[in-house]
Design a protein around this ligand. Structure first.
Ligand code: AMP
Ligand code: FES
Ligand code: ZN
Length: 314
């Protein structure tokens, strides 16, 4: 197998691109894909500081690495969810990465903001852990960006993540979610940071290869609550399709973004205002994070107050 660029020994084959690359040319290809994502969706300029949300996994650390290498001004944001050893280890990976590269890492603890770590928060809600976790992550990411003066938050979502989310949204024709599915979400309120996904053009296999070739030390284990998640089932279905016809995921996601997304634009029109309790943006009077925080406090106050009828159906 020869590198498409230099003819040297290839280390990675990319059937989707009908190509193979040596290590140096693959890294170049990877950086070009990120640059193309940033350019095409006007994600950020050279003058803007970027807050990179890092989980300690391969995708977000690969993203941070590319942005540092390309010369962007960045800081990392790690959200400590308090999920047992998984959080301890993933935090250590982010701290190690930041220290080795002399970068700033901001750490926010869910337990500080919510009064309890994610496994405890989940018990107060009776909803899947990922739903309380996702809500907390979105809230704390935006709050940190606004408080520390970062206009834009970059996450490590890759092509596989985005294709799987699209698949789930299409299965249930969730038109409001389809209208929001984009590699770059604009700010619609002074207290809302832009959100961008510069890795959306790169597959999970490609980000894993990049992280490996760059010698990035990342956490391999998944979150213990991820087992059995529907998003994983959707990924497996798409993996099977990809195996049979390379490029299927790419065509599905890019076809949506280029040809279909326009149909859903405007499906969701919401006016944002500031939460009466915390001042963060929300569509209602009190934000979902503050409502959840309230549920957690009531549960902590005693078993009777946590089983009140209203709590179950909020
Ligand atoms: P996930 O939803 O776990 O697939 O993660 C998607 C992206 O969200 C990651 O690539 C990160 O950019 C970000 N992210 C996930 N977990 C955390 C965390 N604990 N702290 C900061 N960012 C995170
Ligand atoms: Fe949120 Fe696993 S990372 S529940
Ligand atoms: Zn609030």
């Amino acid at each position: 197998m020869k590198c498409r660029k230099c003819g040297g020994q290839a280390v990675l084959e990319l059937p989707r691109h009908n190509a193979a690359f040596c290590s140096a040319d693959f890294q170049e290809f990877f950086r070009k894909q990120v640059a193309e994502a940033i350019r095409k969706h006007k994600m950020f300029t050279r003058e803007e500081p970027i807050l990179v949300a890092v989980s300690g996994g391969k995708d977000s650390l690969a993203l941070w690495d590319v942005l540092i290498e390309t010369g962007y001004e960045t800081a990392g944001l790690y959200l400590d969810l308090g999920i047992f050893d998984y959080s301890v280890e993933s935090k250590a990976k982010c701290e190690g990465f930041a220290a080795a590269r002399g970068q700033k890492l901001i750490v926010e603890r869910v337990a500080d903001a919510m009064g309890a770590p994610i496994p405890e928060v989940q018990k107060a809600t009776r909803r899947p852990t990922c739903s309380a976790c996702g809500l907390s992550k979105r809230y704390l990411m935006n709050r940190a960006a606004v408080e520390h003066g970062y206009p834009v938050i970059a996450t490590g979502h890759n092509l596989d993540d985005e294709a799987a989310v699209l698949f789930g949204n299409v299965l249930h024709w969730q038109t409001d979610a389809l209208s929001r599915q984009s590699p770059a979400l604009a700010s619609t309120h002074p207290k809302l940071a832009r959100r961008v996904k510069p890795l959306y053009r790169l597959s999970e296999r490609e980000t894993a290869a990049y992280a490996f070739l760059r010698g990035i030390d990342y956490i391999v284990d998944e979150c213990p609550f991820a087992k059995g998640a529907t998003s994983i089932a959707h990924k497996q279905i798409l993996d099977r399709l990809e195996e049979q016809s390379p490029g299927a995921k790419h065509n599905f996601l890019f076809g949506f973004l280029e040809k279909a997304k326009g149909y859903f634009d405007g499906a969701e029109s919401v006016t944002l205002q500031q939460c009466a309790v915390c001042g963060q943006v929300t569509t209602g009077e009190i934000c979902a994070f503050c409502k959840l925080h309230d549920q957690v406090k009531r549960r902590q106050a005693g078993p009777l107050s946590s089983t009140r009828e209203g709590d179950r159906h909020e």
